[in-house]
Ligand binder design. Structure first.
Ligand code: HDD
Length: 698
C-alpha cells in the first residue's frame, strides 16, 4: 500500500495550509485589527497635518516600501507551474532514487521557465536561452533539476560565469540593450573565448525563440551520476522532450510580439493550464557506464558538449505534466529557490567544473535574494519530506523547534534527530588524486567540432535563420575587430557559414576554411525532425465582417476546435457581425487589439460583402500578409481567396517565372469536409519555413 506521499496532491495539501482567501473576510491590519477606513489618513482637522500615531498609515506604507526583493542576477524573468511526474520504467539498476525506481509513485513538481539576460519586466520573446528548472518534491527530499532548453553552455568553468554574465547583460555606462545579446560586450567575450562557439550556434538558431514553453526541450546539461544500491555509478544526462514537438517563432515575429504582448510565453503557459491543455514532457536519460568515460571524442565533464543521441539514445522513462497555475506569482514563482545541490540519494555529481561552481552559487544567491537562511521554509520551497535538523534561528524563522537540544550528539532529546539509517544520502566514493593546479584539461580543447555537427544537422531553412541571426547580432556591434574575430571563429565551424555572415556584416569573407568541415551530423538536433502533427493549443484567427459566411465559420472553427486548436473570430469592431444568411457571429476580439503575430494561423471565410470590407481594411490585409510572411498556415474559402490575392499571397507571378510559394496556403470552394481537414493539417505542420523568401511586404 503506497504511502500518502505518493500522491501528487501531497504538495498541494501542504500549500492549502498556507493559502489565504479574501472571500467573506474583513480588512484588518497585520495585527488582525479590523480597519474602519483605509482611504483617509488620520489628521488633525480636515486640512491639518497627518498624525504620527496613525499606525494604520505607517504599517500600510512601511509594508509597501519593502515589497521589492532583488531580482535574480540571471533568469530574472520567469513563469512557473505545478505538476506531477510519473515514472514508466524503473531505473533501479542504476539508482536508488525512489522517484526513479518506483513506478507506482507520483511525484509533485514545480517548474519555472525563464529567459536569462533580461530583467524581471523584460519581454518573453527575446533571443535568449530559456531556463527549465524543475523541483521534484520527492519522498526522500527535494531534487532540483536546474536545466535549460539548450543542451550545452557558454563556458566550461564556472569561474568564468561572472565574466560571461557581465558581457551579455546590458552595458555598464547606459544599461543598454535590455534582454539582448546583440551588442559589443557579448560578442567581444565570444571572440576571445572560443569555447562559446557551440552554444552560440544554438543561441543563433531558432531554439532561442520558442513558440511556447510547451514546445521546448529541456536538458540537465551536465553529466550527472546515478548511484545504485551497490554504490556503483553510471554517468547520466537528463532530457525533457515536449509532447507537442519543439517549435519556434519567426525572428521578425518575436520582435513584434515583444511589443504587442511582452507576456506571450507566460500567458501561453497560463492559458494552456487554465484551459486544461496541460503541457506534457517525456523524461529521458542517456546512460553511460563508468568504464566508457573516455570512449567519446570529447570529455563528458565538458558542459559545452552533447552526447549525440545517435551515439547514446535517450531512453524515455517518465512523464511530466504541468496542470496547476500558482495562486500568487510573487509567493511561488518569484520565491521558488532552485539549487543544483538539492539531490536525493541515488543522484550525485561529477567533476564538471561548471557544475562544481554552480554548487556554490545557487545557495549563496538565495541568501541575498530571499533574505536569510530560512528560505527552504517558504511554502513553495518546503519539501514534502519531513525536515528535522539542528539549524536554528535566522531571519524569518517559521518553525517552532521544540526541545532543549539543538546539537548532535545529545542525550536530552533521546539522541534525536537520529543520524543515518535506511535511505540516508551517502556520497559517491570517487577516488580523487592530483596536484592543486589552475589549468583547463586538454580534453576540453576542441571548441569547434560540435558547433560544426550542429550546423551540419540543420535543415536549409534552419541554416538561413542562423545566418540571419549572426548577421543581425554582429551587425549591431560597433567594433569591426569584434565582427572580424567572430567570423574568424565561424570559419573553423564552417567556411560557407563564415562567408555568408562576413558578407552581411561588412567583414572580408575568409578565402579558405580554417578547419575542414568533418561532414558528420546528428539528425536529432534539427527541429525539422521534431513531431509536428498536433494543433493542440494552436491559435487560429478567423477574419470576418458583415456578410460573412457563418456556415464556413462554424464548420471550419468546429473542426479546428475539435482537433484542439483555439479559434478567435476577429472583426474591425468587437460585438457581433451580421452573417450573410441573416444570423449573427460573435466577435472574440476587435482586430486593433490583437495582431497576426499572436496567432499560429489565419482563416478567411467566404461571403462577398465581408471580404470586400476586409479587403479595404488595412489591418485585415496586413494581418493576412504578415501571417504569410511568418510562414503560417493561411486558409481561405470562396470569396475569402480574394483577400489573399489582395495581400499578394496567391496568384502572384514574377517576370522571371518565380511564383510565391503556396506551401501551407489552403484554399477551397464551397463547403466540404476536405477543406477543414487540409487546414488542420497545415496548422499542425507549425510553419511552412520553405516559404521563407516570400515576396510579400508585411
Ligand atoms: Fe544558473 C539561475 C540554469 C550555469 C548561477 N540557472 C538559473 C536558473 C536556471 C539556470 C534555469 C533559474 C532558476 C529559477 O528559475 O529560479 N545555469 C543554468 C544552467 C547552467 C547554469 C543550465 C549551465 C549548465 N548558473 C550557471 C553557473 C552559475 C550559475 C555556471 C554560477 C557559477 N544561475 C546561477 C545563479 C542563479 C541561476 C546566480 C540566479 C538565480 C538563482 O540562481 O536562483 O545562482
Amino acid at each position: 500500500m503506497a504511502d500518502p506521499a505518493d500522491r501528487a496532491d501531497r504538495k498541494q495539501e501542504q500549500l492549502d495550509r498556507r493559502r489565504v482567501s479574501p472571500e467573506g473576510a474583513a480588512l484588518t491590519t497585520d495585527q488582525g485589527i479590523r480597519v474602519d477606513d483605509t482611504d483617509n489618513s488620520l489628521s488633525a482637522g480636515e486640512r491639518g497635518p497627518s498624525l504620527m500615531e496613525d499606525f494604520q498609515l505607517r504599517e500600510k506604507i512601511t509594508h509597501f516600501d519593502h515589497e521589492r526583493i532583488p531580482e535574480r542576477v540571471v533568469h530574472a524573468r520567469g513563469a512557473g507551474a505545478y505538476g506531477h511526474f510519473t515514472l514508466h520504467e524503473s531505473l533501479a539498476d542504476y539508482t536508488t532514487a525512489e522517484f526513479l525506481t518506483d513506478t507506482s509513485l507520483t511525484t509533485p513538481v514545480f517548474v519555472r521557465f525563464s529567459t536569462v539576460a533580461g530583467s524581471r519586466g523584460s519581454a518573453d520573446t527575446v533571443r535568449d536561452v530559456r531556463g527549465f528548472a524543475t523541483k521534484f518534491y520527492t519522498r526522500q527530499g527535494n531534487f532540483d533539476l536546474v536545466g535549460n532548453n539548450m543542451p550545452v553552455f557558454f563556458i566550461q568553468d564556472g569561474i568564468k560565469f561572472p565574466d560571461f554574465v557581465h558581457a551579455v547583460k546590458p552595458e555598464p555606462p547606459n544599461e543598454i540593450p535590455q534582454a539582448s545579446s546583440a551588442h559589443d560586450t557579448l560578442w567581444d567575450f565570444v571572440q576571445l573565448q572560443p569555447e562559446t562557439m557551440h552554444m552560440m550556434m544554438w543561441l543563433m538558431s531558432d531554439r532561442a525563440l520558442p513558440r511556447s514553453f510547451a514546445m521546448m526541450q529541456g536538458f540537465g546539461v551536465h553529466t550527472f551520476r546515478l548511484v545504485n544500491e551497490r554504490g556503483a555509478g553510471t554517468f547520466v544526462k537528463f532530457h525533457w522532450k515536449p509532447k507537442l514537438g519543439t517549435h519556434s517563432l519567426a525572428w521578425d515575429e518575436t520582435q513584434k510580439i515583444a511589443g504587442k504582448d511582452p507576456d506571450f510565453n507566460r500567458r501561453d503557459l497560463w492559458d494552456r493550464i487554465n484551459d486544461g491543455d496541460f503541457p506534457e514532457y517525456e523524461f529521458g536519460v542517456q546512460l553511460v557506464p563508468e568504464e566508457d568515460e573516455h570512449r567519446f571524442g570529447f570529455d563528458l565533464l565538458d558542459a559545452t558538449k552533447i552526447i549525440p543521441e545517435e551515439e547514446v539514445p535517450v531512453r524515455p522513462v517518465g512523464t511530466l505534466v504541468l496542470d496547476r497555475n500558482p495562486d500568487n506569482f510573487f509567493a511561488e514563482t518569484e520565491q521558488v529557490a532552485f539549487h543544483l545541490g538539492n539531490v536525493v540519494p541515488g543522484i550525485d555529481f561529477t567533476n564538471d567544473p561548471l557544475l562544481q561552481a554552480r554548487l556554490f552559487s545557487y545557495l549563496d544567491t538565495q541568501l541575498i535574494r530571499l533574505g536569510g537562511p530560512n528560505f527552504p521554509q517558504i511554502p513553495v520551497n518546503r519539501p514534502v519530506a519531513e525536515v528535522r535538523n539542528h539549524h536554528r534561528d535566522g531571519y524569518h524563522q517559521m518553525d517552532l523547534h521544540q526541545g532543549q537540544a539543538s546539537y548532535h550528539k545529545n542525550s536530552l532529546s533521546g539522541g534525536c534527530p537520529a543520524v543515518g539509517g535506511a535511505g540516508s544520502f551517502s556520497h559517491y566514493q570517487e577516488r580523487v588524486d592530483g596536484r592543486k593546479i589552475r589549468k583547463r584539461s586538454e580534453s576540453f580543447a576542441d571548441h569547434y567540432s560540435q558547433a560544426t555537427l550542429f550546423w551540419n544537422s540543420m535543415a536549409d531553412w534552419e541554416k538561413e535563420h542562423i545566418v540571419g541571426a549572426f548577421r543581425f547580432e554582429l551587425g549591431k556591434c560597433d567594433h569591426k575587430h569584434i565582427r572580424e574575430g567572430v567570423v574568424a571563429h565561424l570559419n573553423h565551424v564552417d567556411h560557407d557559414l563564415a562567408v555568408q555572415v562576413a558578407k552581411g556584416v561588412g567583414v572580408a569573407p575568409p578565402e579558405a576554411p580554417a578547419t575542414a568541415n568533418h561532414g558528420r551530423s546528428s539528425p536529432a538536433l534539427s527541429q525539422a525532425n521534431s513531431p509536428a502533427e498536433s494543433v493542440q493549443g494552436r491559435k487560429v484567427a478567423i477574419l470576418a465582417a458583415d456578410g460573412v459566411d457563418s456556415a464556413a465559420v462554424t464548420a471550419v472553427g468546429d473542426a479546428l476546435t475539435e482537433a484542439g486548436a483555439v479559434c478567435d473570430v476577429l472583426a474591425a469592431e468587437d460585438g457581433f457581425v451580421q452573417a450573410a444568411n441573416g444570423g449573427q457571429v460573435e466577435v472574440t476580439r476587435a482586430m486593433p487589439t490583437v495582431a497576426s503575430v499572436l496567432y499560429d494561423a489565419v482563416f478567411v471565410p467566404g461571403g462577398e460583402e465581408s471580404v470586400r470590407t476586409l479587403a479595404q481594411d488595412g489591418d485585415a490585409v496586413h494581418f493576412v500578409a504578415e501571417a504569410f510572411v511568418h510562414c503560417k498556415a493561411v486558409g481561405a474559402l470562396d470569396a475569402g481567396i480574394g483577400l489573399l490575392e489582395r495581400a499578394g499571397i496567391t496568384g502572384v507571378r514574377f517576370a522571371d517565372g518565380d511564383v510565391v510559394s503556396d506551401a501551407g496556403v489552403v484554399t477551397g470552394e464551397g463547403a466540404s469536409a476536405e477543406f477543414p481537414r487540409r487546414l488542420v493539417e497545415a496548422v499542425a505542420a507549425h510553419r511552412h519555413w520553405t516559404r521563407a523568401k516570400a515576396h510579400v511586404p508585411a
